[in-house]
Design a protein around this ligand. Structure first.
Ligand SMILES: Nc1nc2c(ncn2[C@@H]2O[C@H](COP(=O)(O)OP(=O)(O)OP(=O)(O)O)[C@@H](O)[C@H]2O)c(=O)[nH]1
Ligand SMILES: [Mg+2]
Length: 420
């Protein structure tokens, strides 16, 4: 993480529109970069873009454009330039040297936000791992100046290269240490999820800022941190949703997704995302008021595929419908996503309807059955209340007659308890 002084970092946002791309998408990309930069409290001085046939492998942009950016930097005291896509290590270094200004690409910006929002030691380790992996191929640029400055502080030619070799080794060691410690946490999580096997597990996924955490708070009465910032949630938190259904429904919040989410981050957060893989049902939350709703849905589906969770049944939830002012837009959304549920944290009826839909979903997986519990096993009755819905209980001479409804998994657990 970089240390920020009291003064705001003054930023120029820059995007490239390639021949195959629509201007509309380039402008959207700039909008999203702006939201990311604002999350770090940067001051956006200006945004600019250039249409190009292709990207230069060395300098990314042409010299003419670089020169005009250079003048702009000087005139407007810019501290940082943000590029809307990933720069290769060589391009990044070339532009930084040419412009004499700090340059970040989209990946670096996202990594920086993650670093700032990580609260637990696990998420801090996950972000650090992704940062180190990002840094490794970029070391060359960091120390090249030592090889350029002959003499100086006693650095001879080749000092930079030696330093790179040392750094590479150190970073390699740190990566190994972090991976080991994260594996340990993943094993502990595995044990926890085994304990939860008798409960229903509901994973909440979606694009960043869609309102996942806010909806969980409304459904469970929890007070998890939800705010108008990208990647407010990095840790997965699990809460019980009070409901008429037994066993308990556990809802897990997860890190939000974004277009072109850096691969290292997905890899680092894989174990946190295991709550998604273990879910019985996924609530896919989308911000219905966002112009790029389709792209957001695609992004989430792609990440689910990447973490092999795409086969889990899902409910699409169009959230923030209170912000969709035009009735025609709502009508179009309804037509386009006929199976989706509408939601808004500001509308009690919609929250209740969503909750009922979730309960119905789980209830429909139940099968009803009756059972005769002998009195010498009467202590299992309380267990039955945890495993499913007990509908009727009748104390008779031959034992306790029970009508209940439960899932096949829990029925197996009950059978083994009865036989044990
Ligand atoms: N108007 C309106 N605002 C909402 C609604 N749901 C969430 N918000 C706001 O949207 C912002 C983001 O909400 P979060 O719940 O933090 O979103 P998230 O999906 O958890 O976001 P990340 O954790 O960053 O991925 C907050 O400022 C919420 O108050 C809604 O239904 N209507
Ligand atoms: Mg959240």
């Amino acid at each position: 993480m970089i240390e920020y002084s009291q003064e705001k970092v003054r930023v120029l946002l820059f995007a490239v529109q390639l021949k195959s791309e629509r201007l509309d998408d380039t402008l959207d990309s700039l909008n999203e970069m702006e939201s990311l930069a604002r999350t770090l409290d940067f001051e956006i001085v200006d945004r600019d873009y250039q249409a190009r046939e292709r990207l230069d492998s060395r300098s990314y942009l042409g010299t003419g454009k670089l020169n005009s950016i250079k003048s702009f930097i000087k005139e407007n005291s810019i501290n940082l330039i943000l590029f809307d896509r990933e720069l290769s290590p060589n391009q990044g270094k070339y532009i930084e040297t040419y412009l004499d200004c700090m340059v970040w690409d989209r990946t670096q910006l996202i990594l920086e936000i993650f670093a700032g929002h990580a609260r637990t030691s696990e998420s801090r380790d996950q972000v650090e791992l992704a940062q180190l992996k990002y840094m490794l191929p970029r070391l060359v640029g960091l120390w090249a100046h030592l090889d350029r400055e002959k003499g100086g502080i006693g650095a001879s030619r080749g000092t930079g290269e030696k330093q790179i070799a040392i750094d590479r080794r150190l970073i390699g060691k740190s990566i190994a240490r972090l991976e080991k410690s994260l594996k340990k946490v993943a094993r502990e999580r595995e044990t926890q999820s085994k304990q939860r096997e008798t409960c229903f597990q509901l994973g909440v996924v979606g694009y960043t800022n869609a309102g996942k955490t806010s909806l969980i708070n409304r459904l469970t009465g929890a007070e998890l941190l939800a705010e108008n910032k990208l990647f407010a949630t990095l840790e997965s938190a699990t809460r019980v949703m009070p409901s008429r259904v037994k066993p308990d429904i556990l809802i897990s919040d997860t890190v939000g997704f974004i277009r072109n989410l850096p691969h290292n981050l997905v890899a680092s957060f894989r174990s946190t995302l295991s709550v998604v893989k273990n879910a019985d049902l996924l609530l896919h939350i989308v911000d219905a008021s966002h112009p790029k709703i389709e792209q957001h849905i695609d992004t989430t589906e792609q990440v689910l595929k990447e973490i092999e969770a795409n086969a889990i049944p899902g409910l699409l939830v169009l959230n923030k419908v209170d912000l969709v002012e035009d009735q025609m837009d709502l009508y179009i959304l309804k037509k386009r996503y006929p199976d989706a549920l509408f939601a808004s944290i500001r509308d009690n009826d919609l929250v209740t309807a969503l909750k009922e839909k979730i309960e119905d979903y789980f209830q429909s997986r139940f099968t009803r059955d009756s059972l005769l519990l002998p009195y010498n096993k009467a202590e299992l009755l309380s267990k039955l209340y945890q495993l499913g819905t007990v509908e009727e209980v009748e104390y008779a001479e031959d034992g306790i007659h029970i009508t209940h409804a439960m899932t096949s998994t829990n029925r197996k657990i009950l059978t083994s308890l009865l036989e044990g």
